[in-house]
Design a protein around this ligand. Structure first.
Ligand code: ZN
Length: 175
């Protein structure tokens, strides 16, 4: 349960605005698989459409992720603008269906926790390939990583045969 709660009862046709800060404490509820840090503002405008609700959602700020190339911190701009529709169904399940931006809730649901929806929208908005611009990766981290790769390759192709030949040839020289 996050702190991003939007009341669904009492919304007007003129709409109501809601603002939330999305920071690292928001992330603590979702693990840090993709997002390691977050400094964003979320803005909602919720409008009653008579029987259903339309929520315009925008998120702007910065996200901290891990660079896929050098594994160091990478800060990416976040820009989300989505239109969500909330419909109601008499089915007893709290969330009857959730199909992208069309959300169906149980009839009479008084409020909606937008935390998971926001988290997903921010993750999806980031580029698939998360890397620093060319030439801006941490050179020390890159050097360390390539050294580790070389060592891993050496372990796989250890030239024992070459070493044995060398020892044999020394023995032969002595005899
Ligand atoms: Zn990098």
């Amino acid at each position: 349960m996050s702190e991003i709660i939007i009341p669904l009862h009492g919304l007007t046709r003129e709409g109501q605005e809601f603002d939330f800060a999305l920071d690292d404490s928001f992330l603590s509820g979702f693990g840090r698989d993709v997002l390691e840090g977050l400094d964003c503002k979320a803005h909602f405008r919720a409008v009653s459409k008579g029987g259903w609700i339309e929520i315009a959602c925008s998120v702007t700020g910065n996200a901290k992720v891990q660079c896929d190339r050098c594994l160091e911190d990478l800060f990416l701009p976040v820009e989300v603008n989505e239109l969500l529709t909330i419909r109601f169904d008499a089915e007893p399940d709290e969330v009857v269906s959730e199909d992208d931006n069309d959300i169906t809730l149980r009839e009479g649901t008084a409020e909606m926790d937008m935390g998971q929806t926001l988290y997903d929208l921010v993750c999806v908005s980031l580029p698939m390939c998360k890397v620093h611009p060319e030439g801006e990766c941490n050179p020390e981290a890159l050097a360390r990583l390539s050294k580790e790769e070389d060592m891993a390759a050496e372990i796989v192709n250890t030239p024992f045969s070459g070493l044995k030949d060398l020892i044999d040839s020394k023995k032969n020289n002595k005899e």
